[in-house]
Design a protein. Structure first.
Length: 638
């Protein structure tokens, strides 16, 4: 028995004596279709430098069950790609436990791994079962977890197993922090709190937690609610901490004024400014958000990026975490999620995050227009926008939400992200509603009514949260009823279909216009090459990472994985191949690649000049007063 295991058994005997006295009804979840178990978690980190969390799970009230199954999620809410968190689980052990502190011959139980994410513990024991395991964690993000000498940060889906068939049961969590380290999350009342209670597993893992000796907390109140800005800064701050918290407060004031009062007493922003972080991230949670920036707070771009991300993530308080499309909670963690509404859940949040920056006075008009025009340009120039609707993009989220794959795919040519797709639809939908209703209605009104109908007033559809998930058809109905006219044609053509939204009509209603400028750029023959990894020597030959559908490269026969040796008789490297391609003359070019160790020559048709359309939104000086008034109401949230 390991030291970890011996400690866990000793603790469990004491804990179980207390748990057995707790009334079962106090811990029972809403779903009473099966007798509720009492489930408690304990998280320890005795050696932070090892990157290993130590987890103990105690299950009581088994009612004679001959086994208990535990599962680690394959993915985590808010990030829909399948990551199989179980790959970082090690040293699983189990014991039967007693109901009293008196030694009762507790014994080790057999743990059988049934599949990649499931462990079965045979036998239930008189008092219950305890499972212990370790989790490797060294990735700071909104999805994964990290433990090192600086801090511990965990997202529950990547750390805690659940009891199969009992995700709906109440659960408690005890955190054993290193000496001198503080604890904070969306549920904590202060940084000394180490024990937490949750109505169910889904809410347990919806509570990211930071544990460190050196984070700071700033608070402010808005409409009787407390907000905390937690900053774990690992770089120069440049004296920006106070101003940063004030900018976050401005965002909160604008968004809480737009939507119905949130049903929490406090909300926590967890910010990490870490130049060593592998990537930036932001993730929404019921009463908190976690945001990672890969730079120092003193850096202006990093500062502005963090404020912008906060505007997006905070709007998720209403859109996604409470008002939610069907499929978003409770979840089946054994298979990828399927939902048709992420273009609303994420795309509309993109739209409102940016609009909130303008309404808060953090952005000016030009910044807002430039950002929306950039999103429109990205969508309208993407080949996938002609093939994939907003609804289908939502369904494909497990393939495109930071999903890693060793196989070559054609997704870059066939799909678009539901983030900008939904954002561009929101721009058009909001302005069309405002324009056609002559200012009597807006997308703001639609969002408020949908929130009230589906979250506040609908009967609960599960143990997870208040209200129920909505279908796209129901959202369309609410939008039409709120607007005062039929929007079914808009949804048919632009949501279920791939026709571009009516940008020009929409913008004209608020005295804006959009210009489209074709811009020539270097052609790439449809080739995307892998990034250059510096080795100190000359650049290597370019390695083909992707080939655009129906491009000259695909027609010629070039494939991902090919190493380009020469173009038009001139040897190329990863730094100059594009320049050589564009400098080559003639109707056809000989391209030599190395594939599986063999040199192959392809006859490449010289591609036509590449053209990309640049979109710009600008004010129309000739717009009537009515349109200018609608624009002011839109920008100010009236």
């Amino acid at each position: 028995m390991t030291t970890f295991a011996r400690r866990a058994v000793a603790r469990a005997l004491c804990i179980f004596a207390l748990l057995s006295l707790a009334p079962a009804d106090a811990l029972r979840a809403q779903d009473t279709s099966a007798p509720a178990y009492r489930i408690s978690y304990r998280l320890s980190m005795p050696q932070p430098a090892s990157h290993l969390f130590e987890v103990q799970v105690i299950v009581e009230g088994l009612a004679g069950a001959d086994h208990v199954d535990f599962q680690m999620p394959r993915w985590s809410p808010g990030r829909y790609a399948v990551f199989d968190f179980a790959k970082n689980v090690q040293e699983t052990l189990a014991w039967s436990l007693c109901r009293t502190q008196t030694p009762c011959g507790h014994r080790q139980l057999r743990v059988e791994r049934l599949d990649t994410q499931t462990w079965r513990v045979a036998g239930s024991g008189e008092g219950g079962v305890m499972l212990t395991y370790k989790v490797y964690a060294d990735d700071l993000s909104g999805t994964f977890s990290q433990l090192d000498a600086r801090h511990a940060n965990f997202n529950g889906g990547s750390v805690f197993v659940y009891v199969v068939g009992h995700k709906q049961d109440a659960a408690s969590l005890k955190i054993d922090a290193p000496n001198g380290w503080k604890i904070i999350n969306g549920q904590s009342k202060d940084t000394e709190q180490s024990e937490f209670n949750f109505p169910n597993y889904d809410l347990l893992i919806d509570t990211p937690t930071e544990i460190a000796p050196d984070f700071t907390v700033q608070t402010f109140d808005v409409s009787g609610k407390t907000y905390r800005v937690v900053i774990h800064s690992l770089g120069d701050e440049g004296g920006r901490r106070a101003d940063f918290a004030k900018a976050v407060e401005r965002i909160v004031r604008v968004e809480t004024a737009q939507m119905p009062a949130p049903d929490y007493e406090q909300y926590t922003f967890l910010f990490h400014f870490d130049p060593t972080a592998r990537r930036g991230d932001g993730m929404e949670h019921l009463n908190s958000t976690q945001i990672i920036e890969t730079g120092a707070l003193a850096n202006r771009e990093v500062y502005e990026g963090a404020v912008s991300t906060a505007a997006h993530e905070f709007f998720h308080v209403w859109n996604v975490k409470r008002m939610r499309p069907v499929g978003l909670g409770p979840w089946d963690f054994t298979r990828p999620v399927v939902t048709r509404g992420l273009w609303i859940a994420e795309g509309f949040t993109n739209y409102y995050g940016k609009l909130s920056l303008r309404r808060a006075g953090i952005w000016d008009d030009e910044q807002l227009f430039k950002s929306y025009a950039g999103a429109i340009g990205g969508i309208e120039n993407a080949q996938g926008s002609k093939l994939t609707s907003a609804v289908e993009a939502s369904i494909l989220a497990p393939f495109i939400d930071r999903s890693a794959s060793d196989q070559h795919t054609n997704l870059a040519n066939t799909v678009v992200s539901y983030y900008p797709k939904g954002e561009t639809l929101a721009v058009a939908l909001d302005l069309v509603i405002r324009g056609r209703s002559k200012g009597r209605a807006s997308l703001d009104d639609v969002m408020r009514r949908a929130y009230e109908e589906f979250y506040l007033k609908s009967a609960n559809d599960s143990y997870y949260l208040k209200g129920r998930g909505y279908t796209i058809e129901e959202f369309e109905r609410v939008a039409s009823e709120t607007a005062g006219f039929d929007l079914s044609d808009f949804f048919r053509r632009h949501v279920y279909g791939v026709e571009p939204p009516p940008y020009d009509e929409a913008l004209a209603y608020v005295g804006l216009r959009m210009t489209r400028t074709p811009e020539r750029r270097q052609h790439d023959a449809g080739l995307t090459t892998a990034p250059i990894i510096s080795s100190g020597g000359p650049p290597p030959h370019p390695l083909v990472a992707a080939v655009q559908k129906a491009s000259p490269a695909e027609v010629a026969g070039i494939k991902p994985g090919d190493e380009i040796v020469s173009i038009g008789g001139r040897e190329v490297n990863a730094a100059n191949w594009l320049e050589v391609l564009n400098a080559s003359t003639g109707a056809r070019l000989a391209v030599v690649v190395r594939r599986a160790g063999q040199a192959i020559t392809f006859d490449l048709a010289a591609p036509a000049e590449a053209v990309r359309t640049t979109y710009r939104i600008e004010k129309d000086d000739k717009a009537p007063a009515e349109a200018r008034a609608l624009r002011e109401a839109w920008l100010m949230g009236k």
